[in-house]
Each structure stands twice: as C-alpha cells, then as structure tokens.
Design a protein around this ligand. Structure first.
Ligand code: ADP
Ligand code: MG
Length: 319
C-alpha cells in the first residue's frame, strides 16, 4: 500500500459537502472552507507522540479517538462549534491493523461531532499524530481564559484524576476489575465537553480545558484574567472508581495534578450558576464549584479550611 492508497483507504470519507461548508476537501493541495458571515474562525492544533502522550500498548482506536478528542476539547474550552479537521500522520511503517483501529476511532468521534476531515499529510517516521481543528463562534463570542473576575465561581465539569489513575493502572497490564477498566477507559477515550462549552458561552466569563492538571492549568487562567483564586481541595470531584483504586491522598493528588481528563474549568458569576447547572443537567454532566476567583494575585489552596501546599505539579514538557 503506498501513501496515496493509504490516504484513500483510511482517510477519505465522502463529506456531506455543502452542508458542512467544505468547498474543497481531501485531494487538492489545500482545502477550501466557507466561513459563514457573522462568525469567527477558531483554530487549534495538538500533537500526540508515542511514548509521550500514549503508551505503545495503547490501542490504536484510542490513539485515533484521543488525537481528535484533545482538539475538540480545545474547541469546547473556547465555546466553539467544531467543523473541520486536518490530520498530519507520521508512521514508522504501514500497519493495516493499526490503521484500521486508528481511523475507526478518529472517524467515529468525528461523526459524533459532525466534524469533516478535509486534509492532512502522511509521512514516514516515529509515530506522531497531529490534528488541527477548525471551528466557529458567533463573532466576538469566543470564551477566553482572560475574562475571569474576582467573585466568579470556579467550576469544573465531571470528575478529576480518572485519566491519570487510568494511565498509571494501564502500565501494569490489562484491567483486572471494573473500576480499573473504567479509569483506563477515561484515559483511552476522553469525552470532550463540546456541548457544555457551547452552553457556557452564555454563562461563563472565562474557560479553559484541564489538559495538564488543575495545579498547572488554574494559574494560567488566573494570570490571563489578572486575578487570584481560592480552591477548597476537599470539594474536588473524585469518582467512585478512583476512590476504589487509590487511597484518599493519592486520589487527591491525581485530581490536582494529573492531566488528560479534558474536563472544563469555568469561571461563572454567581448569578449565572443556576443557568449553567441546568444546561449541564440536560447534558447529563455534573458541575462542581471548587472555589472562587479573588482580587489577590495568588492561588490559595485549602483543605477543610487549613492552608494546603500541593506537593505535585502540572505537566510540563520542558519542566
Ligand atoms: P501535498 O503534496 O500537496 O502536500 P499530499 O500529496 O501530501 O498533498 O496529499 C494529497 C491529499 O491528501 C491532500 O489533499 C491532503 O490534504 C490529503 N491528505 C494527506 N494525508 C492525509 C491524511 N492523513 N488524512 C487526510 N487527508 C490527507
Ligand atoms: Mg501540494
């Protein structure tokens, strides 16, 4: 199978063209996309490297899913509706079984979110997957990190630490119980909170997705907003499977510092909380208030009212 047969077989899918604004998709030198009047184009790219972002034992279906999911999560964090993606794939060799899994994981999630794969690049080298995502927001309506104000509530979606726990458990082989399987599933198949991001546009003052862990990510949001924050660590939402597989201190550290959950961190003025809670309920998603933004310029962590210094740090490639 050569490069072009590979692209044809695994990545060309007939797009419901006009409906998706695809004037020209895979097959030319570049894609041509129609941005409707009154919308801003929102762009992001994320790369997954074998051995860095996933294990060699990670199923290829998961790699395909995650490569798109982490980008969809960036759209969610911006309150953008994802529309188009491009895929730069570097493969050590053509492995049909691997490509079957990878492409089915990718296309399944793309279909779920109505995203069209409109181009890419295929090269030989160490296994690396880059996806670029393009989405739309009504003009001026993107959710940013910098809109938080003192007094806004700090809200997270879902539960934290599961994917980090799953990654740790996956290192010691296939899951032996339901809780382990659940946590590994959270690492392998993260759910980007796209619909929540869209709903948050009307309620949140600022947003980001937690990809590198709360301890590392919250300061980025606070800095961008020019505010401080207080977090009550005992409020962090920790799932039953995480509690089952890890002791309380370890579960707390995973919830604080592990990335890969791709939950949203939202700043919500108190008067908007109920509205956002109602949207989350419709999406079958829990929201948890973990603290609030403050006028001081530091992050304060407390555990049942006592000062707490996290002994863990967020993920940093060159840290
Ligand atoms: P070029 O030589 O202009 O860079 P290529 O020959 O690499 O284009 O690719 C041919 C076509 O296939 C282009 O339209 C490109 O966008 C698309 N393509 C290449 N690799 C992928 C991929 N992994 N997924 C989707 N489309 C791809
Ligand atoms: Mg070309």
């Amino acid at each position: 199978m050569d490069e072009f047969e590979l692209i044809d077989r695994y990545f060309v899918r007939s797009p419901p063209a006009e409906a998706h604004g695809v004037m020209l998709g895979v097959g030319d030198d570049a894609a041509v996309l129609e941005v409707p009047a009154g919308f801003d184009l929102v762009a992001a790219v994320d790369t997954l490297v074998e051995g860095r972002h996933f294990l060699s034992s990670t199923p290829s279906r998961s790699v395909g899913h995650r490569a798109l999911a982490v980008n969809l999560s960036d759209m969610a964090a911006m309150g953008a509706e994802p529309k188009w993606a491009t895929l730069a794939l570097t493969l050590p060799a053509v492995d049909a079984a691997w490509l079957d899994g990878f492409s089915s994981g990718f296309h399944a999630l793309a279909a779920e979110h109505g995203v069209c794969l409109v181009g890419g690049d295929t090269t030989r080298g160490p296994l690396t997957v880059s996806v670029q995502i393009l989405g739309l927001v009504p003009r001026g309506g993107a959710l940013r990190r910098g809109g938080g104000r003192p007094g806004d509530l700090l809200v997270v979606s879902g539960t934290l630490g599961d994917a980090g726990g799953g990654l740790e458990l996956a290192r010691s082989g296939p899951p032996a119980d339901a809780a382990t399987a659940k946590l590994i599933e959270r690492f392998d198949f993260p759910t980007p909170r796209v619909q929540l991001g869209l709903a948050a546009r009307a309620a949140a003052s600022a947003a980001m997705d937690i990809s590198d862990g709360l301890v590392g990510d919250l300061p980025k949001l606070a800095r961008a907003s020019g505010v401080g924050a207080h977090v009550s660590i005992e409020r962090l939402p920790i799932s039953a499977p995480l509690q089952e597989k890890f002791n309380a201190a370890r579960a707390r550290d995973l919830a604080l510092a592990a990335g890969d959950d791709y939950e949203l961190l939202l700043c919500v003025p108190p008067v908007k909380l109920q509205q956002l809670q109602a949207s989350a309920e419709r999406l079958n998603l829990t929201l948890t208030v973990i603290g609030e933004l403050s006028a001081e310029s530091r992050i304060r962590w407390t555990f049942h009212g006592e000062h707490f210094a996290p002994q863990v740090t967020g993920y940093n490639h060159f840290g």
